[in-house]
Design a protein around this ligand. Structure first.
Ligand SMILES: Nc1ncnc2c1ncn2[C@@H]1O[C@H](COP(=O)(O)OP(=O)(O)OP(=O)(O)O)[C@@H](O)[C@H]1O
Length: 266
């Protein structure tokens, strides 16, 4: 018997199966719950060449084609200058799917090599430089919003990391005004778990490329620990991640110790 391949939707080029529908609904719900997109928005979509940002770009494009609200997308990519980074593969994919895009070659690697103090985190300086460039590019491309591909697991892991290692109760915002005061950063994958993005990316053959930084795959041991902890907890309680995400929208300031939030009885 010959195996039938799932059909790709001609307009989006995606396989529109049950997983596609589930992710589309989650992104749609996030857009609705947090008012992420408005009529006339021009959104810079930060595409790294990883599975998350490809998934985000394609989902925002799918919804754009069906939404009553008109908005535009501009994919933007930053090449930090790490040897072996295949920006050409990303560009080829963006071109093939007809996206408007901008590829930015930077000297971040040289800057990091020169400026980084011994023992300071490689990832944090790299991320800070990238974030600054993304804000600048979004503005230059005439975009009022910048979409980042953080997913549900990123939100939860960040919440735990901040509690365990920083001593603060915070995660990430699904929508917030950036420090430059003009760009609104949005995170449309907030409700999408990583375990759905992995097969979605694989099924659609997104051409995932390695970031090629010197610490790729070995850095962020604390985040890795959070992932392992969550996996262990999930074995006893499969809903643990849902509960942690829910907790972020169900805050009781009077039951916390922050004097700025609580009125202390005199
Ligand atoms: N080189 C880059 N060019 C453009 N956007 C980037 C780049 N690196 C990161 N981003 C944006 O920042 C988000 C978070 O970056 P991070 O390095 O944590 O990626 P990630 O969780 O591995 O996601 P992805 O699978 O999209 O790479 C990405 O999803 C993407 O939107």
């Amino acid at each position: 018997m010959t195996e039938t391949k799932p059909a790709r939707e001609p307009s989006t080029g995606l396989i529109e199966d049950a997983l596609f529908t589930r992710i589309k609904n989650r992104v749609g719900k996030a857009i609705h719950d947090f008012n992420l997109i408005s009529e006339g928005d021009r959104i810079a979509v930060a595409v790294s060449g990883g599975k998350d940002s490809y998934a985000m770009l394609h989902m925002l494009d799918t919804l754009r084609r069906r939404a009553p609200v008109r908005y535009e997308l501009v994919a933007i990519n930053i090449d930090s200058g790490y040897r072996g980074y295949r920006a050409d593969i990303i560009e080829e994919h963006l071109k093939e799917h007809g996206f408007t895009y901008h590829m930015e070659k930077t000297e971040h690697y040289d800057i990091i090599s020169e400026k980084r103090r011994p023992n300071s985190s490689y990832c944090s300086i790299c991320a800070r430089l990238k974030r600054g460039t993304l804000y600048t590019l979004a503005q230059q491309m005439g975009c009022n919003k910048l979409a980042l591909g953080h997913h549900m697991d990123d939100f939860i892991e960040t919440l735990l990391l901040n509690q365990f290692f920083v001593g603060s109760l915070k995660a990430m915002a699904p929508s917030m005004l950036a420090d430059n005061g003009v760009t609104t950063v949005i995170r449309p994958l907030v409700y999408v778990p990583e375990k759905e993005i992995i097969p979605f990316s694989r099924n659609n053959r997104f051409p995932v490329v390695c970031c090629c930084c010197p610490v790729c795959g070995t850095a962020d041991l604390q985040r890795k620990k959070m992932k392992e902890l969550l996996e262990t907890l999930e074995r006893d309680n499969p809903l643990v991640k849902r509960s942690l995400l829910k907790a972020l929208s169900n805050v009781h300031p009077r039951h916390l110790l922050d004097k700025g939030l609580t009125r202390i009885p005199s």
